[in-house]
Design a protein around this ligand. Sequence first.
Ligand SMILES: NC(=O)c1ccc[n+]([C@@H]2O[C@H](COP(=O)([O-])OP(=O)(O)OC[C@H]3O[C@@H](n4cnc5c(N)ncnc54)[C@H](OP(=O)(O)O)[C@@H]3O)[C@@H](O)[C@H]2O)c1
Length: 268
Amino acid sequence: MRVSVLGGGTIGSAAAEALNSSGHEVTVTRRSAAKLEKLENLGIRTMSDNIVAAQEAEIILMVLKPLDTLFLLEKIGDHTRGKIVISLAAALSTSKIKSLIPDSKVVRAMTNVAARVGGGYTVYSSDDLSESEEGVVSRLLNSFGKTEKVEERYMDALTAMSGSGPAYIFTIIEAMVYAGLKVGLPRELALRSSYQTILGSAKLVAEGNSHVSELRDLVTTPGGVTIDALYELENSGIRTAFMRAIEAATNKARKISEEIDRKGTQNG
Ligand SMILES: NC(=O)c1ccc[n+]([C@@H]2O[C@H](COP(=O)([O-])OP(=O)(O)OC[C@H]3O[C@@H](n4cnc5c(N)ncnc54)[C@H](OP(=O)(O)O)[C@@H]3O)[C@@H](O)[C@H]2O)c1
């Protein structure tokens, strides 16, 4: 399909690369198009003209900050009629987008930075799609990794959980590396042992044959090594730290969303 990615920043570039690899005909825009040289070298068309990119696309992906998305929708609205427009902006409701492009098929989606390596987790919601369009959208988003359709009311929480989630996991990896250094491991070995353990543990959970608590019990022998570490972690309040963190991020996403719904752009 001819897909235009408007906003070739961190996530937009990752999305463009993934879509290009899965055989789509991709155009990417940003105002400083010269910064898209890496994508250009991969054979992806780059430009700064959003109108041309929107006109020529069958599907449009908006990968800009929420307010930039609104400003741009006001400009390209005449060229999105009848097309599927997927917004990846955090905290931008479908109804707000629809108010600017009522004749387009609007999809609100949230991915994460792991889309760069095909390991993204993307959730989306839309009431506008036919069954076949639903297939087109989920196949397209599957280029980033795993995709799931969800109710829009979960979007702010999912923004906090999986959109921002890689930042929490990077923090854990870094903390484990420091711990490894503290007990005398070489830096690279500490890094590998940290992320490989996270990859393998996630794989076990994803296979879904056992509950997370069962898996943890499996490796926690009475009077053994692991329970001493778990004791320290529980004592540091790790669970409540995560609950507080994700609740704070959800509240922030809700607040931004409410502000945008209330004010938005001058015209929108
Ligand atoms: N980063 C994450 O981990 C993450 C995760 C989940 C969701 N998101 C969401 O994804 C969206 C993009 O995030 P990001 O991290 O990729 O941001 P980013 O790196 O700042 O990318 C946004 C891009 O939009 C471009 N842009 C701004 N105005 C434009 C216009 N009028 N026409 C064309 N391009 C324009 C900017 O480039 P120029 O200045 O050159 O135009 C910039 O490269 C945000 O809404 C964010 O909430 C991000």
